[in-house]
Design a protein around this ligand. Sequence first.
Ligand SMILES: NC(=O)c1ccc[n+]([C@@H]2O[C@H](COP(=O)([O-])OP(=O)(O)OC[C@H]3O[C@@H](n4cnc5c(N)ncnc54)[C@H](O)[C@@H]3O)[C@@H](O)[C@H]2O)c1
Length: 462
Amino acid sequence: MMSSPSMAAAAGSSSSSSPPSGGGAAGSLSAKPPQSTRSSSKAAARLLRYVAGEQRLLFSLLGMALASLVFLLLQSPSSSSSSSAPSWTASSAVGLAAAVHHHQHDHHHRPSFEQGRRSRHYSGRVPLGLKRRGLRVVVTGGAGFVGSHLVDRLLARGDSVIVVDNLFTGRKANVLHHAGNPAFELIRHDVVEPILLEVDQIYHLACPASPVHYKHNPVKTIKTNVVGTLNMLGLAKRVGARFLLTSTSEVYGDPLQHPQAEAYWGNVNPIGVRSCYDEGKRTAETLAMDYHRGAGLEVRIARIFNTYGPRMCIDDGRVVSNFVAQALRKEPLTVYGDGKQTRSFQYVSDLVEGLMKLMEGEHVGPFNLGNPGEFTMLELAKVVQDTIDPNARIEFRPNTADDPHKRKPDITRAKDLLGWEPKVSLHKGLPLMVQDFRDRIFSNGDHTTATTTTKQGAGDSN
Ligand SMILES: NC(=O)c1ccc[n+]([C@@H]2O[C@H](COP(=O)([O-])OP(=O)(O)OC[C@H]3O[C@@H](n4cnc5c(N)ncnc54)[C@H](O)[C@@H]3O)[C@@H](O)[C@H]2O)c1
């Protein structure tokens, strides 16, 4: 066995460092240790004295305990799932196919996965503007008017944002300034088709909002509201995300109560030309509440009143954009009906603040989000004249069907429960959108959609 030279060498070296033969364990206790052993035990004793002195041992143990605690916290489900979870954001068929494959393959892991996702939900109440861990957020309709402003705020807050938009009324230009930001993605996708994305929150805005656009293809509008909302609710359930629906003041129809509070059930024509939108949104609310009650989904519902600001579609039939574009082009301001119908106008930054407060808060809603300042169409025309062109003429046209006579939000609930109320008055907000319209109209960047040849809607709307 010792024929190998290397083994022999190893045996020799090991015997040279062993205690003298015959000593054994007991012998080593009584025998005088060799020089090297004595000096190492002195060093050990010195080390022990050093560690024991000035409570160094205590502090070392405390340090180790703290380090273990930090390590354990970093291993908690929130951080592990967010860092290791696959990102299903590929817009390509390959990416989607992979995502679907993953979904089928991992079916048996679903309950624990969803539990983990749910349990890591921040219990709301993260004050806006406070630094905190970024979330992964989907904004459907994020290339549109309201959506793009929301995306700006979410990215500024440190979230990762995926915009899902079929660009029907939205524009890439609205989010172009985020191109190259690794926290931003745009997926061209129609919400009527399912999509699988792994996220923490879903802001569901996708839906044409102006009468010109939603009447252009009413069947598609109601499909977007019903099938699109179902798809997004299904996604929220699948990944345990919180879901916010942007409903509308149109759910009140032509209201018989003024101002409109959330408890009012509305006065809606179910078979009119606007029903695809009004009834579509009402159904979307129903679906959201049924997912909330039936599947325990965390939902939030906002009923948005007329909102205006930069990036609105030009010529979309909404009254503010109509008047501003007409005044800039030196065309008469078209007032439908007698111009005495009232609307409230909310500046977009106020709305975005309200949507984010609602999403982060603990209340399901619905919540009216609007500016209670009430203006007749003629008063609005006057503000536009004052802001852009005092000589702008007013032209009266017959009104369209189902145009509500009065619209004014009661925002008591949002004030009390969300601590939200609008801050920007019409006189302050209007000039802020004029420059954007001026740039787009006169630089030929004017956004004319396929529907601009359609007759413009009433002095309404949305
Ligand atoms: N702006 C308002 O005054 C107002 C008032 C009440 C409610 N809302 C609601 O707020 C949301 C946003 O409105 P907005 O004013 O920004 O309108 P918008 O038309 O500018 O934006 C809607 C976005 O949704 C996208 N979209 C439409 N159908 C889609 C589909 N099937 N799949 C994917 N994307 C689709 C559009 O391309 C667009 O980018 C809408 O749900 C609207 O009903 C807005």
